[in-house]
Design a protein around this ligand. Sequence first.
Ligand SMILES: [Zn+2]
Length: 372
Amino acid sequence: MMDACHMLKLARNMLQAYSPITSSTGQINWTFIVHLNDVQVKDGLHAANKITDKHVRFDSQKMKVSLAAQTLSHSVAVALCTLRDLGYSQFKHCEATAEFIELRFQRYICTYRFSQDNLELLFNSIRASGGWNNNPTAGQFQGIFRRLMVRCGVSPSTSGNVAPQDETVSLSAVEMSSLAGDESEELPSPFTNVSALVCDHSYLPTRFGSLVDNALVYISGFVVRQILRKLPCGVCRASLVADAVPGSFDQNYHLLTLKNNGGLMIPSEGTVKVVRSAERFIRQSSSGKAVRLPLISQFVRAEIGSEDVFFLKEHIQETQFGIDNHHFSLLSLVVSVFHKLRMHHIAKLNTLRLQSGNSRKKLCKAVLFKGF
Ligand SMILES: [Zn+2]
């Protein structure tokens, strides 16, 4: 059996090297991936895929399976079609490319559990446990393996050649360690799926581009899902979601609709409005740096004020005792969850930026054995 991960890398490399390739449905072309990255960098938000400069210029990281897997993924196929449907001229005739990507995805995704990834991830953990020495002796290996089994389970680093593509647990001890953590505080890292990006350049959009708008609607869906987990008030819960995609926002719900495989919430217009307001403030005031929550809350409160964006109607009066009514509580809640997700992503981007050019340490072994 051929190893899926390495076939993925080969397929990606072939696509880049031999484009355009003619298929029965049209031309398959790597330049669509390049265009996708360009558009996303320019707009500062990702259309729910993981394409970055690293994926486009992968020469220095050819070995990384995750880069190839994220390039030939369902999300990328969806993003290409979204941009084409939104009328971006660069994406005209991207059908054959999207179809090619989708086919790779379908063919390889099922075989993931049989691949050597899980083994590589285990080795990754073992190497990491050895401190400076990533070539453990048999004795050290035994010790490390026992330690992993008993105490911490296998949770591989994310910087290796292979990153986990699914939730396969290599050693069951990992479940114990995650149970010990505070589950309610744990965000299911939505930005690994959503990937909203803040660019280096900050600008003041009075109107977002349609790509950004689409990404914000998509992110709003995640925000709603987070909030629904802990919000007890039924009226407020209902006001965060919509039964169907609202007509007036059609174009902005495009990505959400395409990505929605049944699991995603449709955020109400009010939720999206609040998220957009928060995003506008973040873009005004940060240049890729963290923005403090109170500042964003203040801005959103000032901009939206007591306008009944959630259509709470008499529920506002009902709850208007004490310091806050449910309208303002909802505003704060949406802003704070969005802020948390957004800042987490900004921090991650900053880390990535610091690490860039420091990917696979080519001289690792040479350094280890120097002087032996
Ligand atoms: Zn309420």
